[in-house]
Design a protein around this ligand. Sequence first.
Ligand SMILES: Cc1cc2nc3c(=O)[nH]c(=O)nc-3n(C[C@H](O)[C@H](O)[C@H](O)COP(=O)(O)OP(=O)(O)OC[C@H]3O[C@@H](n4cnc5c(N)ncnc54)[C@H](O)[C@@H]3O)c2cc1C
Length: 392
Amino acid sequence: MTELLAAIRSFIDERALPLERDFLTRPFAELEPRLNELRAEVKRLGLWAPHLPAELGGRGLTLTEFAHVSALLGETPIGHYLFNAQPPDIGNCELLHAHGTAEQQAKWLVPLARGDIRSCFAMTEPEFAGSNPVWMAATARREGGDYVIDGHKWFTSSADGAAFTIVMAVTAPDAKPHERASQIIVPMNAPGLELVRNIPVMGDVGSGHASHGELRFTGVRVPVTNRIGAEGEGFALAQERLGPGRVHHCMRWLGICERAFRLMCEHAVRRELSPGHPLGEQQAVQHWIAESRAEIDAARLLVLDTAQQIEARGAHAARDRISLIKFHVAGVLQRVLDRAVQVHGALGMTDYTPLAFWYRHERGARIYDGPDEVHKSAVARRILKGFGLKRS
Ligand SMILES: Cc1cc2nc3c(=O)[nH]c(=O)nc-3n(C[C@H](O)[C@H](O)[C@H](O)COP(=O)(O)OP(=O)(O)OC[C@H]3O[C@@H](n4cnc5c(N)ncnc54)[C@H](O)[C@@H]3O)c2cc1C
């Protein structure tokens, strides 16, 4: 593991960081050929998709081992992509590996694991509160051996250029809320499936992998064999995906925190307020640095402990810890990024460092995969139940 982390560290520092500035200032599509060259290099070095099992070309790391890798990759916005460990593909790979049929795995998982194609995951709808994941309008109606899908989705990350999406749609409207929907593979070129637009996010419309799409499904027909798992199992599969997925996100955020921290310290030493007097002499800056260090280190321990609990007891048993890290680390990320931007002054607002990119795109960390408030209430309700609270 130590050797693997050292090899990834060198690749990030020597090969990825020089390309980062272009990523921050140019459309993804323009940079894709150069990113693909680096992806090929990662493969040649035997570092590809370390979270995937060996039979899929990875290194079969455990969740805890991959958490360490994810923190390193998170130090640059292109890290996870270069190692084929980027969301949403990582979650789709895990889902297809655990629940896909042999045919689905051959057709979709194998090329996804090789990095030949990309994918996306379409669950959230603009007209319905995504915080209530069982409430949606998209339907998949059975007609003979097919599903006919109608629906409207948005914030489908990386839809632009994806080969397929996994869509969550209601297959049994009269079933219990948690058993109504199924997850179904839909090729992005299926007739009736339209990428309406890439949604502008804080002024950045994005493109390719680095985008969030709005999708419309109008009478989209796919074979019933495209369903993943049993009918009505969509919600349960989504929950299963989200447990380890939140550990991945949290460690990626801690990677961002480490880089922001380093940039903040370097700038505090380099930038002088008057000749011979660097910014780092200011007590306010010193406090931001100390507070950030404490928050990052504490958050890392909490996330690694959660990963170990998931491995030992399963995601359901570890659900309180998963909720705790989700909102806690998202908060640490916001605070560390904000302090780093502040220390950089106007430079922090530019795209000459990755801080502004993360500041724009990772504000969503407190919203996606369950907003802060949902996780806090879920944990607190279970705690208070132990103290006798009947309902809330
Ligand atoms: C960057 C980004 C990427 C995303 N990628 C994807 C993707 O790839 N696929 C996909 O399907 N979706 C994706 N999403 C959508 C995401 O899952 C939803 O935004 C999320 O589930 C919240 O749903 P909503 O936006 O409809 O907010 P709403 O449900 O409308 O909630 C709005 C706000 O209400 C508050 N709130 C909600 N519930 C409660 C509660 N119980 N108690 C107190 N306050 C509450 C919260 O502050 C919340 O932010 C992405 C979102 C972002 C920002």
